[in-house]
Design a protein around this ligand. Sequence first.
Ligand code: N7H
Length: 455
Amino acid sequence: GSATAFAQCLRKMVVDQPELISNLKSTKKARDDIAAKKQRAEAASKLGQPNGKPEKLHMSFALIAFTYKGLNMLNEVRKTDPAFSNGMKSDGDALNDPITGLDPLLANADEIHGLIKVAGCSNGSVNGRLGKIQAALQRGTVIQDVPGGTEGRLDGATREKPFRGKEHFGFEDGISQPLMNGIDDTPPSPDSEAHALYNMDTEQSILIVTGTTRHENSSARRPDWMHDGSFLVFRKLEQDVKAFRQLTASFATYQCESAAHMGAKLMGRWPSGAPLALQAYNTTDAPPADHGKVKVMNNFGYPTDGGDKEPACPFAAHIRKTNPRRFGDWGLNSGDQGLKFAKMIRSGISYGPDYADSEPAGLQRGLLFACYQAFIEDGFQHMQASWSNKTYFPKSDSGLDPIIGQVPEGEVLKTVITNRTAHIEVPITTPLVTFRGGEYFFVPSIAALKGALTE
Ligand code: N7H
């Protein structure tokens, strides 16, 4: 009964208040508007114009997503995508996810029905929109009517200046994203600022937005209502900043020039986002200079030039593990299907206070990791289980991804960094990132919310 009541509220909300739940295009537009406002403010301040009161940003956007269990409460749903219908817990062995120490809200992931994700420019705009959504869904009368029904909230926030845009280890995030046909309708012109923000190797929205069929190698068919949605992988990932700093501080052991250089070896980018593949050494940590007019933050591969067998960017570096880019140059195993299909749009946000050496024990921080893809098996699952957790990708004896690699309980994670003279094994005795719970969700299209799912 209450599931039906919820479905009715949901349909009424998306029909009567279409502005509350954003689709991909409106989210993209809101992001573009924010970027444009910021650019205007920056341009004005560069010209020395007294900009009076800065333009206020009130924008927010929201989506609603369901677990397989949640979808089935709305309407009977076929099993088309195994990872999704079995849930993240079933993948735990392949992902090497710990089963203890989870956030109480996420500890019984198989009991979770859905998720509402709200993002905005301020606490006020987030809370305002969330309040309206909760009112429309008649929170209290409907959600709490579901047997055992409760709701919980996880808060994230971008970090304050001077760390804005940087995650807790201190690196610029959100630089590399696949381009999306139909969303990024016209690829940004090569000499525009925006172009630098996209990963130019991929223009495959088919790997991000669901179609009714799986990709060319699969015959599984999805019902029509699954069209134009996306699978959302959510993971609460705690970061141990102290352990990261201790590890990078031992740089001399690993023949690096500085702690920052060691950090860059682990990540594949400098804190500014400059790729190690282009800037092997970086004394100022400035982003890379323009290459002619084309910015190069994402327009790079991992070529063999320089003739060195010991590349500037280690094979195990986090961004090389999760996107080996122009792998052909190294004669890597091109039979790995992931090289073609493992793509995702990331949209996580940091949580918790900034780290301080003098802080009291017990404070926690990390990343509320979220990513979208059309096939969990090819996107998140492949990257985590077959790449980051495996020593032999992208090249034999690469070692594990030092940032997100996971080993079974009791084992020590080992990665390998490359230097001009050596490949050096780095044991990571204290994991830098620890899984604190998560689940697989499906974000349906607005049409599915108005129709098939709530009829
Ligand atoms: Fe990663 N970090 O802040 O340290 N990631 N990531 N990630 N990540 C990237 O290029 C980080 C995680 C990817 O195209 C950057 O935009 C942290 C998971 C992919 O070159 C930084 C955590 C998965 C890319 C971080 C975390 C991925 C990427 C560089 C967990 C997937 C793009 C900024 C706490 C399974 C690679 C950038 C490319 C980049 C960090 C998690 C995947 C700085 C702290 C779980 C595909």
